[in-house]
Write a protein that binds this ligand. Structure first.
Ligand SMILES: [Zn+2]
Length: 271
C-alpha cells in the first residue's frame, strides 16, 4: 500500500482523547506507521505549538509547524487577548534560533492566514497576525501553512506582498484561477478529505487542475475524515482514500500520487 505525507495535522487536539488509548496509541501502532511517511503537526497558538513540538520528539516521522491561527488571533481559549507585538516577537525569538529550530523539528510557520467564516471576527487583528508571521517566515526563511477560509481575495493579495515567502494553501477551497497564479509563484496546493465528499465536484475540478509537482495531501485531523469515515475521528492513515481520488482525477496510479506528493513535501519543507 502506498504511504503518504500528511502535511497538515493537529495531533495535540483533545478530540483524540476520545479514541481508545488516545493519539499516542494510534501514532505508535504498526498499522498507522506503515501507512504514513511523514506528518506535520501544526500549532494554532503559542501554547499548542509547544505541545506540537514536544510530540515530535516521540515520533521519528513527525515534524512541527508553529504559529498563530486566525481564530486564535482573536484571543486564547480562556478569553485572554493576545497582544500582537509580544506574541509575534516571542514567535520570532523561537524560530530565529537555527539550533533550537532544528532541535524542535520546526519546518514551517503555521498555521496562519485569514478566516472570515466565524463571527464575531476582527479582520484587522487577523491581518496583523497574518502579515506579522509572513514577515517572520521571510526573515528566517521558513515556508508557511496557510489557512484561507472565505477570505480568498485577501489571502492572495497578502501573500503577493511577500514574494520571497513560499508555502502551502492548506485544505484548498479557492478557484482554479487563483491556484494557477499561486502555482506560477511557487506555492503548493493541499487537499484532504473534502475531495472524497459527494458534493465536492468543484473542489475535485480544482484538484484536477493542479500540476502534480505542486500538489500535496493532508488530513487536517482530527477533523475532515474522508469517505467512508465521515463523522469519525480523522488520522493520517486515512490518506490512501484521498490519494485514490486524486489518482483518478489525474489519471495516474495511487502510487504515483503517493510518490510525487511525498517528494513535494520533502522539497518544500527541506527534509
Ligand atoms: Zn488546521
Amino acid at each position: 500500500m502506498p504511504t503518504y505525507f500528511d502535511t497538515h495535522a493537529h495531533y495535540f487536539d483533545r478530540k483524540f482523547d476520545t479514541l481508545d488509548g488516545g493519539a499516542e496509541e494510534l501514532l505508535n501502532s504498526p498499522a498507522f506507521q506503515s501507512a504514513v511517511y511523514g506528518v506535520i503537526n501544526a500549532g494554532t497558538n503559542l501554547i499548542n505549538s509547544q505541545t506540537a513540538v514536544d510530540m515530535t520528539g516521540k515520533y521519528s516521522f513527525m515534524y512541527a509547524a508553529v504559529g498563530i491561527h486566525p481564530e486564535d488571533a482573536q484571543g486564547l481559549p480562556d478569553g485572554t487577548p493576545m497582544d500582537p507585538d509580544t506574541t509575534l516577537s516571542a514567535l520570532y525569538d523561537w524560530v530565529s534560533d537555527a539550533d533550537r529550530r532544528k532541535r524542535d523539528k520546526i519546518v514551517a510557520i503555521g498555521e496562519i492566514g485569514l478566516d472570515y467564516h466565524w463571527q464575531p471576527m476582527d479582520k484587522d487583528l487577523q491581518k496583523v497576525f497574518f502579515e506579522g508571521q509572513l514577515d517572520i517566515a521571510r526573515r528566517v526563511g521558513l515556508p508557511v501553512l496557510i489557512h484561507d477560509r472565505e477570505a480568498h481575495g485577501d489571502c492572495f493579495e497578502t501573500v503577493l506582498k511577500y514574494p520571497d515567502v513560499r508555502g502551502v494553501f492548506h485544505g484548498y477551497s479557492g478557484s482554479a484561477e487563483m491556484a494557477r497564479e499561486l502555482v506560477k509563484r511557487g506555492w503548493y496546493i493541499a487537499f484532504g478529505g473534502t475531495v472524497t465528499f459527494k458534493n465536492a465536484e468543484r473542489v475535485r475540478a480544482v484538484a484536477a487542475s493542479i500540476p502534480l509537482d505542486h500538489l500535496l495531501v493532508e488530513t487536517d485531523c482530527p477533523y475532515m475524515a474522508p469517505v467512508p469515515f465521515r463523522g469519525k475521528i480523522c488520522h493520517s492513515a486515512m490518506l490512501p482514500y484521498v490519494g485514490e481520488v486524486l489518482a483518478e482525477l489525474h489519471g495516474v496510479s495511487a502510487e504515483e500520487i503517493s510518490r510525487v506528493t511525498t517528494e513535494n513535501a520533502k522539497k518544500l519543507f527541506d527534509l
